[in-house]
Write a protein that binds this ligand. Structure first.
Ligand code: ADP
Ligand code: NA
Length: 285
């Protein structure tokens, strides 16, 4: 089966700085690292490392060919990753000596994706495939409609959180993944607690505390603890969780088994510096 991911692709450019620059200040960086990132790309790599076939739907700009090639090199399907004029999405990240960060995000080609291309990509979907998207691209409603028209299961990772974006697709979702903060924001915006949402499976990730699963059909609430590790860098943990979760479900695991697998992968991820490039393989977990 295939995991269809409408997702962002970003160049993460990390500048190490002695302190955050003040307005008007020119500051010398003490280090620089460029990596593949973006919630979409992270999830595609995670699901692929978990052993599933992923088709990534999205767009890179004229500076983004290396990112498309890297995704393809990791085994992600890139047939539906368009090459557009203009810049690819990018994150300029300042990381200071205390580990604090400051991030400027440019959406670039991630918000220039053709809705017609999304619909035509999904013509290749088969019954039993599963689909996922996040809030870093345009075309979310078109994707949700096309996915549901083909009868696939649809998962949404509600990040970066935007209440209007979630509300616009909520009725179409089968699975909703949020962290604790996002779940609270959604409840504040809609008045609905996780168990009252019109989505069959609502998963709230709780960092080191693991994941709470709301099976809203049976009304069952289940806590799945996370493995204990010493965290080094939690960047990409949520994306690794979701990518592995989708791959687990794609491979026929139950929701509980898929959550357990996803948490093992996410726990390894928090012990590593970096994003897409360091997501663990199935063999490593
Ligand atoms: P996000 O990174 O999206 O904010 P969380 O912080 O809730 O989301 O983390 C997502 C998942 O990553 C958790 O459900 C857990 O499985 C794993 N995780 C995150 N932090 C830790 C940690 N300190 N120890 C073990 N697992 C963790
Ligand atoms: Na990490």
């Amino acid at each position: 089966m295939t995991v269809w991911n409408l997702g962002s692709v970003n160049a993460d450019m990390v500048f190490r700085v002695p302190h955050m620059p003040a307005p008007g200040e020119t500051l010398s960086a003490t280090g620089y690292q460029k990596g593949l990132g973006g919630k979409g790309a992270n999830m595609s790599v995670a699901a692929t490392r978990a052993g599933s076939h992923v088709e990534h739907i999205g767009a890179v700009g004229e500076d983004g060919l290396w990112m498309k090639e890297r995704l393809a090199g990791y085994g992600v399907g890139t047939t539906h990753l368009a090459e557009l004029p203009g810049p690819t999405g990018q994150a300029i990240i300042y990381l200071d000596a205390e580990g604090e960060n400051q991030i400027v995000l440019l959406a670039g080609s991630n918000t220039e994706i053709s809705e017609a291309a999304i619909a035509s990509a999904l013509e290749g979907a088969r019954a039993g495939d599963i689909a996922v998207f996040q809030n870093e691209t345009n075309g979310q409603q078109a994707f949700a409609r096309a996915v549901k028209a083909r009868g696939l299961r649809l998962a949404y990772a509600a990040a970066p959180f935007d209440a209007a974006a979630v509300a616009a697709v909520l009725d179409q979702l089968d699975i909703l993944v949020m962290n604790e903060v996002e779940a609270r924001q959604l409840q504040d915006a809609t008045g609905l607690a996780p168990e009252a949402l019109p989505v069959a499976e609502v998963l709230v990730t709780l960092g080191a505390k693991g994941c709470r699963r709301f099976d809203t059909v049976s009304g069952q609430v289940q806590d799945v603890p996370a493995p204990k590790v010493t965290p080094v860098d939690t960047t990409g943990a949520g994306d690794t969780f979701t990518g592995y979760l989708l791959a687990g479900l794609d491979q026929g695991l139950s929701m509980e088994e898929a959550i357990t697998l996803a948490q093992k992968a996410a726990a390894v991820m928090v012990t590593r510096l970096g994003t897409a490039d360091v997501i663990p393989t199935r063999a490593e977990i």
